[in-house]
Design a protein around this ligand. Structure first.
Ligand code: AMP
Length: 215
């Protein structure tokens, strides 16, 4: 299955993509994670992306399209993938179509997660993850079973994203509404866009998503 999860930062794309990967073995392709790895590794792409990410802007279409095109050629994508954070502009959406055509692949679903802005900010501000295995947690909505210990791997070091704060979140939301939301009519016109209410609990949103995907 090949699908796109679309929605503003904090809508739950990463949470749901990770769950789909774990439960259904569909590989999660998070361009945000790829960029954060590039920044940590100090690669050329990482150096170009760092400041833009910290300011809540969008990294150039050229870089992003190349990154995804190369990633789709890796063997683990052969059985399908979930695009989490890509495409984020109409140029990226068009480039994705062209690359899927070239690779003789089609897209089955584009799912939009809708969440009120005030809730997005609260979700993003409290989130953190395990430094060892990247399992996601939240100060209010999802604490580890034992305080300070990762449920998934037992790790005791946690990290927060530098862009997960109220101020950067404003720029990230602006980028979403100005540059990413115009993608929606593009997929709506093709009849493959489905909307899901992302305001519910992780389990409720997960159940709604599985229903749309007929999993
Ligand atoms: P995310 O983890 O998806 O919230 O992405 C974190 C940051 O990485 C974004 O705020 C952007 O600066 C950058 N980014 C991730 N994916 C893309 C993309 N497809 N196009 C441009 N910038 C991106």
């Amino acid at each position: 299955m090949r699908l796109i999860l679309l929605g503003p930062p904090g809508a739950g794309k990463g949470t749901q993509a990770a769950r789909l990967q774990q439960d259904h073995g569909i590989v999660q392709l998070s361009t945000g994670d790829m960029l954060r790895s590039a920044v940590s590794a100090g690669t050329e792409v990482g150096l170009q992306a760092k400041e833009i990410m910290e300011a809540g802007g969008l990294v150039s279409d050229d870089i992003m399209v190349r990154m995804i095109s190369e990633r789709l050629d890796e063997p683990d994508c052969a059985n399908g993938f979930i695009l989490d954070g890509f495409p984020r502009t109409v140029v990226q959406a068009e480039a994705l179509d062209a690359m899927l055509d070239d690779k003789h692949l089609d897209l089955q679903h584009v799912v939009q997660l809708t969440v009120d802005d005030a809730v997005l900010i609260a979700r993003v501000e409290g989130r953190y993850s395990c430094a060892a295995c990247n399992a996601n947690y939240h100060d209010r909505f999802r604490r580890p079973r034992i305080e300070g210990v990762c449920d998934a791997c037992g790790g005791t070091e946690f990290k927060r994203r530098p862009d997960d704060n109220a101020e950067t979140m404003k720029s990230r939301l602006e980028a979403f509404f100005a540059q990413t939301a115009p993608i929606l009519p593009y997929y709506e016109g093709r009849g493959i866009l489905r909307k899901i209410d992302g305001m519910g609990s992780m389990d409720a949103v997960g159940a709604a998503l599985d229903k749309v995907l007929a999993l």
